[in-house]
Design a protein around this ligand. Sequence first.
Ligand SMILES: [Mg+2]
Length: 464
Amino acid sequence: MSIKITGFETHDVRFPTSLTGDGTDAMNTDCDYSSAYITLFTSSPSLQGHGMTFTIGRGNDIVCTTISQLASKLIDKDIESLFENMGQTWDWLNSDPQMRWIGPEKGVVHIALGAVGNAIWDLLARVRGKPLWKLIVDFTPEEFVKAAAWRYISDAITKEEALQMLREKEAGKKDREAKVREVGYPAYVTSAGWLGYTDEKVARLTKEALAAGFNHFKMKVGANVDDDLRRGTLIRSIIDDPQYATVKRDPGSKELEGKNAGPTGSVLMIDANQVWDVQQAIDYVKKLEPIKPWFIEEPTAPDDILGHAAIRKALKPHGIGVATGEHAHNRMVFKQLLQAQAIDVCQIDSCRLAGVSEVLSVLLMAAKFGVVVCPHAGGVGLCEYVIHLSLIDYIAVSGSMERNVLEYVDHLHEHFVTPCSINDKGRYNVPNNPNEGYSIEMREESIAEYEWPNGTYWTQRRGV
Ligand SMILES: [Mg+2]
């Protein structure tokens, strides 16, 4: 009997992270990590699909309204007809003749599509009884290509090239899957270096992260160069000190090549969250050369492809790379970043891009251009999502995880039914529950507590 989508619910869920300084950087000074969340209901009472997109507070309601506009198109649709060609389903949702005007393919309308698209993928994975990553790595090359978003990128990669690339990776998929299940997927820590934290808190969190097995650390920069040098020197003094490193790594190994790793094999990255003009970025980052960062993340406006290329060129002689992507709003921006040789590291976002279908296209382009993919995570729900994407990249697309690191932030995982987890080597565990879909289902109690403005947390805070 065919199963249809019968309805949906959206939830505007906001967590009061601004109270603790979590998530603070040079641009985003008071973030309330938020989820514009959707559940799709079907004619099979036990079967639901979950999706969300991430925001940092005000405006989350606008995203929820837009999600409702897009999701209303799904009512009465037979789920197998949506699943039959996920690339086409994505195109159909993305090209609503009226909604398209308020994008196209950017801003609120696109991140709302991210939530809806991901909810459909979650539903598909649950129906097939596999976690999302496993569903996709088990696709044939033809099925993989059919599931991706192709419009506007054929000048960078054709379907035929993608098929060829995926076929070449087929033979090694089983071995790579077994390997990553055993060792986990490499991760890095951002939560030690938020700008709103005191030096004492930064030092304590850095030591804790080292003890947990991590060797890649990211620090927020861009508010004050002297402060950044002081904090960077503090972090380096800890991560380069053999007494704190629980896992010994060889700084000369292939995995750490070109990353400015210190004597214990620890790597420091810096993130400016878009605060500078192009020349300002170049001048500022040069001053941070003594703390030996691997890359500067988001040095300038996320749409400025040629600006990123200029920064990368200017910093190359100083051994500092450029990373961006968490605010790259669609596959065309990534296409141009790659074509212009503007980035060393491609930081896809699981719901800034409009869901899995568009992500698959960017993974294919990055692999073709030989650029390492290190997804953006943190926030709320993003870590739960991105481990799936990195597993797809490693097992089916790029075939490599040795130089990759997936962002990990230790906040808010307790709100999810199947939270992500990290092993004792500081690496992500592989999601393995056949019923967890895309791992993004939020606990009902969490929604009831933090729904804006009438969840119990918010009403109590207002003294209602
Ligand atoms: Mg960032």
